[in-house]
Design a protein around this ligand. Structure first.
Ligand code: PMV
Length: 332
């Protein structure tokens, strides 16, 4: 058996248009609100998992380097879920590689845990369907549940205490619409405040948190409709509103959390100016300083040049919609 329990999987990152911010159960990682995202073809993580009889602990390599203790611990806790499910006792060799900066608000945890869920479950001999994989990936990171699927994806908030109805579903596949995303990198540093702490702190101290949770189902419903109707203006306006509300929550917590830097604001102004001049583009921002611009494919070049010429922008990555997670190699 040893040496065969190996699999390699690839998953693409995703960016939420309607944001997930807040947990209803921190242990099971159950969100307090649903979310809608687009999966991105250009941002990927490839993970290899090999369970080995001879190991006395998990060995975790991220981007070619031994993982920091906190990262290795998070991966081990995730593998414990896989091991418990498969009735497996072996530790694993894990190697994960991203083709984009890690931990800077680029949803690296989404593609990381989606690829780990797929590679880990395969290597452990589990044959999970997409819903089961999404539930598993969610236990590593909420946004990872969405990266199991390609195209436009909705994460269901679910209501059950055990999380069995809390998983992502595909709304439309990656060929449905030529919506693109450009990412203006404004800092390559690791973000200071992770999303888990940010969410917990916000829920505890922001006076607006309950209102956010209460109003959220309407935003989900409207975004579903915008996608169904291919109404790009509506998709863009709803995305900006959800992003600004999420950041308003973070800002309104005590002490306030500010994920933006000066270049983040410069990019917002660039995008608004482009729009005033007839180029339809909208922004969204996650728990970090990078700005993501959303446009249709004919506008990509114009938006890219404008962002590259914005003060403080280091580089711009553009991406079309990507596919769901896949197995690249496995030794059954
Ligand atoms: O998946 P997590 O736990 O890192 O949370 C993701 C939070 C946001 O990226 C800010 C929003 C989202 O829905 O992806």
């Amino acid at each position: 058996m040893n040496g065969k329990m190996r699999a390699v999987a690839r998953a693409y990152s995703n960016i939420a248009l309607i944001k997930y911010w807040g947990k209803r159960d921190a242990n099971l990682n159950l969100p307090a609100v649903g979310s809608i995202s687009m999966t991105l073809a250009k941002l990927e993580t490839i993970s290899e998992v090999r369970f080995r009889e001879d190991l006395s602990q998990d060995l975790v390599i991220i981007n070619g380097r031994k993982a920091e203790p906190s990262e290795a611990d998070r991966v081990s806790r995730f593998l414990n879920v896989v091991r418990a499910r498969a009735g497996l006792k072996f530790y694993a060799d894990v190697s994960s590689r991203n083709n984009f900066p890690t931990g800077a608000g680029l949803a690296s945890s989404a593609s990381a845990f989606a690829s780990l869920a797929l590679a880990g479950s395969h290597a452990a001999g589990l044959h999970l369907n997409a819903t089961e994989l999404s539930i598993l990936a969610r236990q590593g990171s909420g946004s990872a549940a969405r990266s199991i699927f390609g195209g436009f994806v909705e994460m269901k908030v679910g209501h059950k205490k055990d999380g069995s109805d809390c998983y992502a579903v595909q709304l439309k596949d990656e060929r449905y619409w030529d919506v693109c995303l450009l990412i203006a990198i404004t800092s390559e540093k690791k973000k200071e405040i992770g999303s888990t702490y940010g969410m917990e702190h916000t829920a505890r101290t922001s006076p607006y948190y309950n209102q956010w949770v209460r109003k959220h189902p309407l935003a989900i419903e409207e975004m579903r409709q915008a996608i169904e109707e291919k109404n790009f203006t509506k998709l863009g306006e709803l995305s900006e509103a959800s992003c600004l509300q999420m950041h308003a929550l973070a800002l309104s917590s005590t002490p306030g959390i500010i994920y933006w830097n000066a270049a983040t604001l410069e990019c917002i102004h660039t995008i608004k100016e482009l729009r005033q001049h007839g180029c339809e583009v909208y922004f969204t921002i996650d728990a970090g300083p990078q700005v993501k611009a959303i446009c249709l494919s004919p506008e990509i070049e114009k938006v890219k040049i404008a962002l590259e010429n914005t003060a403080g922008v280091l580089r711009v990555i553009s991406s079309e919609l990507g596919a769901g997670a896949t197995i690249l190699e496995s030794n059954p």
